[in-house]
Design a protein around this ligand. Sequence first.
Ligand SMILES: Cc1cc2nc3c(=O)[nH]c(=O)nc-3n(C[C@H](O)[C@H](O)[C@H](O)COP(=O)(O)OP(=O)(O)OC[C@H]3O[C@@H](n4cnc5c(N)ncnc54)[C@H](O)[C@@H]3O)c2cc1C
Length: 481
Amino acid sequence: MADNRMLKFVTLPQAMPPKRQAETRVHDFDEIYEAFVQPAAEAQAGRCSQCGVPFCQVHCPLSNNIPDWLKLTAEGRLQEAYELSQATNNMPEVCGRICPQDRLCEGNCVIEKGFDSVTIGSVEKFLTDTAWDKGWVKPRLPKAELGQSVGIIGAGPGGLAAAEQLRAKGYEVHVYDRYDRVGGLLIYGIPNFKLEKDVVGRRTALLKAAGVVFHMDVDVGRTLSLSTLRERHDALVIATGVYKARDIALPGARLDGVVPALTFLTASNRTGLGDQVAEFASGALDAKDKHVVVVGGGDTAMDCVRTAMRQGAKSVKCLYRRDRENMPGSLREVKHAEEEGVEFVWLSAPQAFLGKRSITGVRAIHMRLGAPDSSGRQAPEPVEGSSFTVPCDLAIKALGFDPEDLPTLFDEPSLGVSKWGTVRVDHKTLMTNLEGVFAAGDIVRGASLVVWAIRDGRDAAESMHAYLRAKASAQLAGAAE
Ligand SMILES: Cc1cc2nc3c(=O)[nH]c(=O)nc-3n(C[C@H](O)[C@H](O)[C@H](O)COP(=O)(O)OP(=O)(O)OC[C@H]3O[C@@H](n4cnc5c(N)ncnc54)[C@H](O)[C@@H]3O)c2cc1C
């Protein structure tokens, strides 16, 4: 008999949790969606069609068992739904908030055509936030200690996922990070209005309660060498992300007021966390009362434009060389930004930053999309004679990230590096060319997504577990001979 709690997509329209009005939300850094309330979340979960081949799950990097936890949610069996959702994901509440669902699970929902997809991300956030409120989220303590220790370099989502998995298996886990706070880009990159920082903080507390040891302000390669860590631990995971900002060589690039995106966002996040940031206090990294121009069309650019609006910019323009349909960032984010007053100048590229000492304007040129390049994307080309000038007191370059110089960063010349400058791994085991050293997240893939970093962290942990068990057995056999 068909379950009458499901298949509601035919009669029940898609509804997101209430979104705060743009006029209100631009005055603070709080998240923009209010929480789903229980009957609404359950009813929205019941819109799932329980299709035979769940494309939402297929297109989730974590293969989250979405149809089953939606069904349990629709039936009001929230704790079971949560247990199922956390079985494949170390931070479902983070993914629920910031995954680009429109490109992953929701974008592949079979009812999307004509009916609007199930609001999977919002239900996932509701479920996990409910689990935290009800005390269902517990530290994952090991059943027995295995007597081996592992070191993880990088406390971003990749490193944290690996840490939780390895600790639960019984390893002594030490995480090293050059920052003073745990979370990587979840803390210092992604703004509070997408992901409130206490959401990350409670995960950190959970890992500490499980026995994971954090060593902060440790810059591996500078304050501590990779070889020292290899001697200290039975195996290592490198999960250090990518931090070298891509640049454009334009006249005026060295003027005061031309800044890289992550410098701007980190200053804003630190200020929000209560740190004294000199360059924010001096106004250099504060958009208040300024005409702001952001160059780029990815998610980092979207975070910059929306942060600048919240800081009280006089105007915020985003210059992107392709059009709306061809931008790399999430269209959902563009919509939020437009609601908040950001102006997008599609098909435009900067030619020069203007000014004597400080920036006063950006000269840009209109672009058109020409023939497809080797990747199949239409290459943008300038429209001759179409230059224009935009007034600007703060220009933010959001052009993407590359890995810092490897292997120099870790002072380990023998570490294998790919032609893209990322750490080279065996794609089956995620082990680098250094015995017992694994790698995960952006440092392997290049700039990617939180959900992929979690996936890699889990895979690296699994693979390291197999490696360490084999090593322990070999040692035992050797001792017995
Ligand atoms: C502004 C911005 C917005 C984003 N928004 C989204 C989004 O909305 N949704 C999404 O899914 N993804 C988003 N991303 C991408 C996402 O944040 C990353 O893909 C993800 O954080 C990668 O995780 P990671 O663990 O590999 O690296 P990171 O999160 O970068 O963590 C790496 C950690 O390693 C530490 N580290 C680096 N070098 C060393 C060293 N030598 N010694 C010790 N520690 C070191 C760093 O301090 C950091 O804490 C965004 C990225 C940016 C920059």
